[in-house]
Design a protein around this ligand. Sequence first.
Ligand SMILES: Cc1ncc(COP(=O)(O)O)c(C=O)c1O
Length: 348
Amino acid sequence: MSYLRKNIEQMEGYSPGFQPKEAGFIKLNTNESPYPPSARIVKAMRAACGESIRKYPPPFAEPFRARAAELFGTKPDCILCGFGSDDILTIAVRALCGEGDLMAFPSPTYSLYGVLAQIQNARAVALDFPEDYSLPPELAGTGARLTLLSNPNAPSGTMIAFEEVRQLADALDGVLLVDEAYVDFAEWNCLELAKTRPNVIVTRTLSKSHGLAGLRFGYAVAHEDLIAGMMKVKDSYNVSAPALAGAVAAISDQEWLRQNVGRITKTRKVLIEGLGRLGCYCWPSQANFVLARVPVGSDAEQVFNELFRRKILVRYFKAPRLDDCLRISVGTDVEIRALLDALREILG
Ligand SMILES: Cc1ncc(COP(=O)(O)O)c(C=O)c1O
């Protein structure tokens, strides 16, 4: 089985043939937005599906680069777009890591990092996060060509402070990629580092906070020399015309984004409080999901199975450090109420 196929099965937590939504499940396992994108975004995507669809899209997604540059106070040349931020991560690793090169990241983290290292025959250096998911001090001294930091981290939801990330960036000889897939749910971000440091790449996605996981659109912000290097390995047309139209509309509607993030973070608080009342320990989350350790005496895998039986799908990792935990995406208020009711039955 290919590395990537195996990774998808791990990410989804079930076999590819199974369709949880069609099977009537509450799906809280892959950190999608529980709310659809705004009507304005859908309209923009539909408009891009007319007569002009016979033509190739702009190869560098220029309209998005122009709009994002305006929004972030940088140059269009400092932005790279792709088919989801997974595509951006793949491009970065292919551009920066050859056979035998070191690629470092704290662990546990997003499983794709290790997979991408394997594909490149790079040497992955996975450094254990301390119990509180603070930054492993040795991360600054690995000598890696590429260091990856998911911030907020998946699957813990925890976040490293800006100042610590700045110090890490300045201490590294190689490139630091800060994966900000969940940053819209957080209180700070590291965009400033991508704008001011020659060795920092910040990657983002529209899959989570914008409610556009099916659209497949992600981007990177970095020094133009780094972006130019990454451009060399990207596919010619790695953003479709409808995705480009939707993405431009999405980042142009910051008010909708603020409201969507607001309702999700409000429900996150309800989820954390509810889990706490049930005796679970939750790491402080700055993302749209929560990592919860089940109470002593309970078995996380059994709880996962019991939830599954009740048609609620969360994420269980049969892995060191995580096998006594569940990762739960923040759903709608109704979904989270159903989850907490089910957990009360199971744990009570
Ligand atoms: C930390 C992290 N980075 C990147 C991604 C990829 O997101 P996408 O390819 O949908 O943009 C995910 C998806 O779950 C993630 O958890």
